[in-house]
Design a protein around this ligand. Structure first.
Ligand code: ME8
Length: 644
């Protein structure tokens, strides 16, 4: 194992607030980073935000802000989120940071000097969502595969990076380093892409069209293409070319990304590095998508899951555990709150939580919290010890191979074995008949738990440290290296063991508690009692008034832009009967996004004429700073179902 480890997440666009997809990549990087710490490696963990380009300008415009005001605000949302998810990064980079901009200009100059940049006129199909040109071959039914929109034809003069020059080198590099891009399916995808001639990359945008970017060092009239700018963050953040961190950490660089940005990372970036005379990164680790109801979670589809809402309800470590246990690294996963609850109750509350709690109770009850020395071992004790020690090696292999869910499965197998060992050894019987055996059994339980807690730390740092504390161990977290974990029987509790509250309350209890808190709040200031006639400035309505509203579930059958309108879309909605509804959604959703989804409709509003079209209903959506979010049933309901 190398002694250094450098891990990065994508730098996220600041055109939307963070969702669980962003949380997942960042938590994975955190887990891998913490695992390396357990291996005694010196690590560096980078994350940040990608702040230039068309997307950001249009997002800022929507809120009537300047790009700078806007990026400052959203970047801060990402920065504020990570500590709440217990992400222990070392640096947060922003592409608007002056040092980054200087490095981009330096690398552009190097690549130009090398003869790898030329000026040319180009006409191509451009997707504004992706901020890149597409070839016909890459489109699906003439549309961008990610945004499902038709790209626009753009003709302009620009600077190009001679990427084609590095095609053969890259194929050889990937073939010579089979784990350069992993898992294998993504390596194959990149190789398959490289089996066709590689086109050069357009790396500039004329300032006549876009000014929010880094000015090219060799032409004042152009800014740098956002991907050429963004990828360079991975070296600028550690002080390329001369910083000591760069020298120290770059040779061990690993990136974590999802499959949406495989091409820039698997093709553009190695070619850019090669051209600039920088060694390629070590590994590109690519994971799949979190989907919701079989569609990718995305802002434009309005189906994002916000991490902090889940953390508030279920607790941080249940959230981290669920993401890491549920997704097979590399494949897509379907997110469902019900699955999260099931895992929390079964794996965390039952298996792990109960094991810790019954062990602490026994230490208390039989030894007043002071663990004795173990007596001679029997076969069953040795077997448990073997399983726990072998787990450390198995875990190490699985973690190195990125099979994070299997590492957790291996830990849970041993948790199951310890629970079974307790049932078979029946310490409650030994307590009456054989105190020496009881000591041996309890010590084996505690040693196994010590190993389990240590291995859980990268996944659930908070809970692992709590368990280490409850076991009265002298060290916490990364101070227990894998080597330490294997030293069976060496650590002694540093103080008496006491009982502790449940680590993972079952979820019915969480919900009950939430409810009772809410009613306690209500008790303080009952909004609908006494003289209260309003919430804030809004007058209260009676239940009868509310009942006058006819709210229905509708399925959108068709969506068409209305010529001459910037905001309106004409929808055909099935609510048991077909309704035409005109809705101001164009700024937030494309027509393609809307077709097939279910919405909630106010079905008994008086018809109104908008752009000469009679609209018979109103679509419900929530509005916040980030835009509009359509309200949708959480599972499919029959069109026309009444909302109660
Ligand atoms: O692409 N499932 O930024 P971005 C899993 N700025 N992961 C997801 C996800 C989902 N549904 N949605 C997003 C960019 N992600 C560029 C990156 S890097 C030099 C520049 C995660 O904000 C995943 O890591 O669109 C994905 O690759 C990344 O967010 C895209 O983030």
């Amino acid at each position: 194992m190398s002694e250094r480890f450098y891990i990065t997440t994508p730098i996220y666009y600041v055109n939307a607030e963070p969702h669980i997809g962003h949380a997942y990549s960042t938590i994975v990087a955190d887990v891998l980073n913490r695992f390396q710490m357990l291996s005694g490696t010196e690590t560096f963990f980078l994350t940040g935000t990608d702040e230039h380009g068309d997307k950001i300008v249009s997002a800022a415009e929507k809120f009537g802000q300047s790009p700078k005001e806007y990026v400052d605000q959203i970047s801060q949302m990402f920065r504020d989120l990570w500590p709440k998810l217990n992400i222990s990064y070392n640096r947060f980079i922003r592409t608007t940071d002056p040092y980054h901009q200087e490095t981009v200009r330096l690398i552009l100059s190097l690549v130009k000097e090398k003869g790898d940049i030329y000026f040319s006129e180009y006409e191509g199909l451009y997707c504004f969502g992706c901020e890149r040109f597409y070839t016909d071959r890459e489109l699906e039914d003439g549309k961008c595969p990610d945004h499902k929109t038709e790209p626009e034809v753009i003709k302009e003069s620009n600077y190009f990076f001679r990427m084609s020059r590095y095609q053969e080198w890259l194929i050889d590099h990937i073939n010579g380093n089979p784990d350069f891009i992993r898992p294998e399916r993504y390596r194959n995808e990149v190789l398959s892409f490289l089996s066709e001639p590689l086109e050069d990359l357009c790396i500039s945008r004329p300032k006549s069209r876009l000014t929010w970017g880094i000015t090219l060092p060799f032409d004042e009239d152009f800014v740098t293409y956002v991907w050429f700018d963004a990828l360079i963050n991975y070296v600028s953040a550690i002080g390329y070319p001369e910083g000591s961190l760069f020298e120290k950490f770059w040779p061990s660089a690993q990136h974590v990304i999802a499959k949406d940005i495989l091409k820039p990372h698997g093709i553009y970036w190695p070619c850019m590095l090669k051209s600039a005379g920088i060694e390629p990164y070590r590994h590109l680790n690519v994971h799949g998508y979190w989907n919701i109801r079989r569609g990718k979670m995305s802002k434009s589809l309005g189906n994002v899951v916000r991490p902090l809402e889940l953390v508030d309800i279920y607790g941080l470590d249940a959230f981290r555990y669920f993401l890491l246990r549920e997704m097979v690294f590399g494949l897509d996963s379907e997110f469902s709150e019900a699955a999260l609850v099931a895992r929390l109750n079964a794996d965390l509350a039952n298996d792990l939580g109960n094991l810790v709690s019954r062990s602490l109770t026994m230490a208390q009850k039989y030894f007043k919290g002071d663990l004795p020395e173990p007596g001679p071992s029997e076969e069953a004790d040795e077997e448990l010890k073997r399983s726990a020690l072998e787990l450390v090696d198995i875990y190490e292999e699985l973690m190195k191979g990125l099979t994070l869910h299997k590492s957790l499965m291996a830990i849970w197998e041993v948790i199951g074995k310890v629970n079974k060992y307790i049932d078979t050894m029946a310490p409650w019987v030994l307590a009456k008949s054989d105190r020496e055996r009881l000591s041996t059994v309890i010590c084996h339980i505690f040693e196994s738990l010590r190993i389990i807690a240590g291995l859980l730390w990268p996944f659930m740092p908070g809970s692992a440290e709590k368990i280490q504390d409850q076991l009265s161990l002298s060290k916490r977290g990364k101070d227990f290296t894998l080597e330490d974990l294997k030293a069976w029987g060496r650590e002694r509790p540093v103080r008496s063991i006491t009982k502790a509250p449940a680590l993972f309350p079952r979820v019915e209890e969480v919900k009950k508690e939430k409810k009772s808190n809410q009613s306690a709040e209500k008790g303080k200031a009952p909004a609908n009692e006494g003289n209260a006639k309003s919430y804030g400035n809004l007058p209260l309505i009676s239940y009868e008034d509310f009942q006058k509203l006819d709210l229905r579930v509708g399925t959108i059958k068709a969506a068409e832009a209305i010529p001459g309108s910037r905001k309106l879309i004409k929808l055909t909605v099935d609510i048991g009967e077909k309704r035409t509804v005109v809705a101001g959604l164009k700024d937030h959703y494309s027509e393609e996004d809307l077709i097939g989804i279910q919405i909630l409709l106010v079905a008994n509003l008086e018809p109104v004429k908008l752009m000469d079209i009679e609209s018979r209903g109103m679509v419900l959506a929530a509005a916040d700073r980030s835009g509009l979010h359509l309200l949708v049933p959480d599972t499919e309901a029959a069109p026309g179902s009444k909302v109660k």
